[in-house]
Design a binder for this molecule. Structure first.
Ligand code: PLP
Length: 384
């Protein structure tokens, strides 16, 4: 069976992990520092805080915005529940607005209309490795003096207008969970920050500063100095280990090559699907975007329930798992009732019934890839 998501930990990652385990420190050391430096440089942001998950990174971003004072976050409902949970758990209110159905991306006009005096930020998600006009959303956020958070969990290395996603927002969140475009060995995340003050505070929230590690201070005087014993904010421990950072450094070097392969595979699936354009629409890529195809998400054209079930069954019978990301959309989850604000979400509701994600596995060798593509073609014949 071809799973929807895949990962690959090779000998380089294992060697790096072992080396880190034999190093001077198991946490808060040189691997973490280097990974933070390399990752922020790769994306093009000023600061990076690596953490233990994408959820922790989103929660830190939202905690920095002090939602507990009654803030609203404008966001799409077609997203991972982690984003919605993070807003609610940090005391804020998700304000769901509709998406542009072409790119599965927050509709800029609707986002602008939803801004109120309570808005703290617009949070976008770059779904499936693609994006919409993030520049337009960024100017809306700037003009209205609200923050922009990018959830880049699906899109390490994707671009808009020759800039990496994650470099547009004041805050950008990444997940290194095992099935994401790159992993730090199962769990992990990163928060990118542009502003020095937010970064300083973020260090406390994540737990990289003053956390009872007095022995690490420079000399004995500093151990007993009043000043060094003071801390500025209450925080958590969301830290990544040295071993995770060492694995992340290796995976980061591979991500561009893997993304190129993902684009080639997506092109081949496009070719197969194009013969079935009466039934299914291939993913549209924004003219300024560089997609990285975390998954290949197409849209069923009509008779959504019947055709999508038929297709999913056919893929399964041929040994390919498929996924519905995200159906139902989050505003229809009963658990959020009374905790969210919902506008007209016509596109979101329709899209969630249409979407079907199929795997894009860049680790497949040529023979296996041909087998996979043959099975995709065979699965589509259910429409003949
Ligand atoms: C879009 C999106 N945001 C955030 C997350 C949360 O990341 P993590 O699983 O690392 O906590 C995910 C996770 O799977 C995701 O798909």
């Amino acid at each position: 069976m071809y799973p929807v998501f895949s990962y690959n930990i090779g000998h380089e990652e294992i060697d790096a992990a072992v080396k880190a385990l034999k190093g001077k420190s198991l946490t808060r050391g040189t691997y973490t520092e280097k990974f933070q430096y390399n990752f922020s440089k790769y994306i093009g942001s000023k600061h990076c805080l690596v953490v233990n998950s994408g959820t922790s990174s989103l929660e830190t971003a939202l905690e920095l915005l002090q939602l507990d004072r009654g803030g609203e976050i404008i966001m799409p409902s077609l997203t991972c529940r982690a984003a919605v949970d993070a807003v609610i758990l940090k005391g804020g209110t998700p304000v769901f607005v509709d998406i542009d159905p072409d790119y599965f991306f927050l509709n800029p006009v609707k986002a602008a209309e939803a801004i109120s005096s309570k808005t703290k930020a617009i949070m976008v998600v770059h779904l499936y490795g693609g994006t919409g006009d993030i520049k337009k959303i960024s100017s809306i956020a700037t003009n209205h003096h609200v923050s922009l958070i990018e959830d880049c969990a699906h899109s390490v290395g994707s671009e808009f207008d020759n800039r990496k996603l994650g470099s547009f927002g004041n805050l950008a969140s990444f997940s290194f969970y095992q099935i994401k475009p790159m992993t730090t060995g199962g769990e992990g995340g990163a928060l990118l920050l542009k502003e020095d003050m937010l970064y300083k505070k973020g260090c406390y929230l994540v737990g990289t500063t003053d956390f009872g590690h007095r022995s690490e201070l420079k000399n004995w005087q500093s151990i007993i100095s009043e000043k060094s014993a003071q801390f500025s904010y209450p925080g958590h421990n969301l830290r990544m280990t040295e071993m995770q950072a060492a694995i992340g450094l290796v995976q980061l070097k591979k991500v561009d090559k893997l993304n190129r392969k993902r684009r080639v595979i997506a092109g081949k699936i496009d070719e197969i699907f194009s013969a079935y354009s009466k039934y299914i629409t291939i993913p549209k890529i924004h003219p300024k975007a560089r997609h990285s195809f975390y998954v290949y998400t197409a849209k069923i054209n009509s008779n959504y329930k019947e055709w999508r079930n038929k297709l999913m069954r056919s893929f399964f019978k041929n040994g390919i798992m498929t996924s519905l990301m995200y159906c139902p959309p989050q505003h229809l989850q009963k658990v959020y009732r009374g905790k969210i604000k919902v506008g007209q979400l016509r596109q979101t509701e329709t899209i969630s019934k249409q979407i079907l994600s199929i795997p894009v596995n860049p680790y497949l060798e040529r023979k296996k890839l041909n087998d996979f593509l043959n099975k995709v073609e065979k699965s589509m014949k259910v429409f003949k």
